[in-house]
Design a binder for this molecule. Structure first.
Ligand code: PBG
Length: 325
């Protein structure tokens, strides 16, 4: 008699789609996705972002139609980035009451009050030097910068934003924002910290889209070194202590180990940012016919969820909404 127990027959649970569905441990849900939107100054702008096929820079007059489309797909939230008409040394448009983002929020809330609006809080799209903070003698002044990040957050929330997400990687940015929001009677508005944000080559296409490549140097004096894992935990811990309601790991794919570990160690909801370069890689390979776009994308996004992310910020969200519908 043969020994039936000398090996495990794991394939029994893969016999057909029904049983595979029953034992599946993770599934994607469009309600977990946030779609990033680029809003640019100007009139009648709908400019394709060449390095991010399918993504556009749009002006305020196109926003209503775009928002209606996003909502019709079943996408429940957006993350806003603004490209102002005038960039200056201190990023004034970012904390101006009628800045590009503040105006965009009003249009979105007029069009679709239930679409959840998160704003990215950083100076790099608004400064003429492209750095994420105030530069003095070639270095970023951390403590002056966080005051401006706080003011930006306040104006975004006054315009109607549901949540703010500081991404400048300045120390104390979550605390500075929390205190200003609380003082302005916005105690109910949550903060999502870009807690462990690495200095990554995968932001390349975004910087083309937002015209935010630093004019000198790089972001290594504030964004994290990709070789560090323990330091990411310190960043997450300090954001939580400062009052972050949600923490984030960014980018996602080269940092699945970090996502996993943050999930194990902390109870806060965890977001992962599937960044521009990660999106562009799949789009480019799919265009060449080298990978199947749908299955590659869903595999990648499932890996982010499996690693432990509760919510995923992704340029693929529109495609995902259609594939899952
Ligand atoms: C702003 C910001 C960046 C991204 C999100 N917020 C650019 C950067 O840090 O250079 C990148 C997002 C992406 O690549 O999709 N600081």
């Amino acid at each position: 008699m043969t020994d039936n127990f000398s090996f495990s027959r794991l394939r029994r649970l893969r016999n057909n789609g029904v049983i595979r569905g029953y034992v599946s441990e993770n599934s994607l849900d469009i309600k977990k996705f946030v779609y990033p939107l680029f809003i640019r100054f100007g009139v009648d702008v709908k400019e394709p972002i060449s390095s991010m096929p399918g993504c556009f820079n749009i002006s305020l007059d196109h926003l209503k139609r775009e928002v209606e489309y996003i909502v019709s797909l079943g996408i429940t939230g957006v993350l806003l980035f603004g490209i102002p008409e005038m960039k200056d040394a201190v990023g004034s448009d970012c904390y101006s009451d009628d800045g590009i983002i503040q105006e965009a929020i009003k249009v979105i809330k007029d069009t679709a009050p239930d679409l959840y609006v998160i704003t990215d809080i950083c100076l790099c799209e608004y400064t003429d030097h492209g750095h994420c903070g105030i530069v003095e003698n070639g270095v970023i002044n951390n403590d002056e910068t966080i005051k401006l990040l706080g003011e930006s957050a306040l104006t975004h929330v006054q315009a109607g934003a549901d949540m703010v997400a500081p991404s400048a990687m300045m120390d104390g940015q979550v605390k500075a924002i929390r205190s200003l929001l609380d003082a302005g009677s916005f105690t109910h508005i949550p903060i999502m910290g870009y807690s462990a944000k690495y200095s990554s080559a995968f932001y390349g296409p975004f910087r083309e889209a937002a015209d935010s490549t630093p004019s000198f140097g790089d972001r290594k004096a504030y964004q994290m070194d990709p070789s560090n894992r323990r330091m990411a935990l310190e960043e997450v811990e300090s954001d939580i202590k400062e009052g972050a309601d949600i923490v984030m790991v960014k980018p996602a794919l080269s940092y699945l180990d970090v996502i996993h570990e943050v999930r194990q160690k902390y109870n806060k909801p965890l977001a992962a940012y599937n960044v521009s370069g990660e999106y562009s890689l799949i789009k480019a390979a799919a265009e060449k016919g080298w990978v199947d776009e749908k299955s590659a994308t869903l595999e990648v996004l499932t890996s982010i969820s499996r690693a432990g992310a509760d919510m995923i910020i992704s340029y693929h969200a529109k495609d995902v909404a259609q594939w899952l519908a």
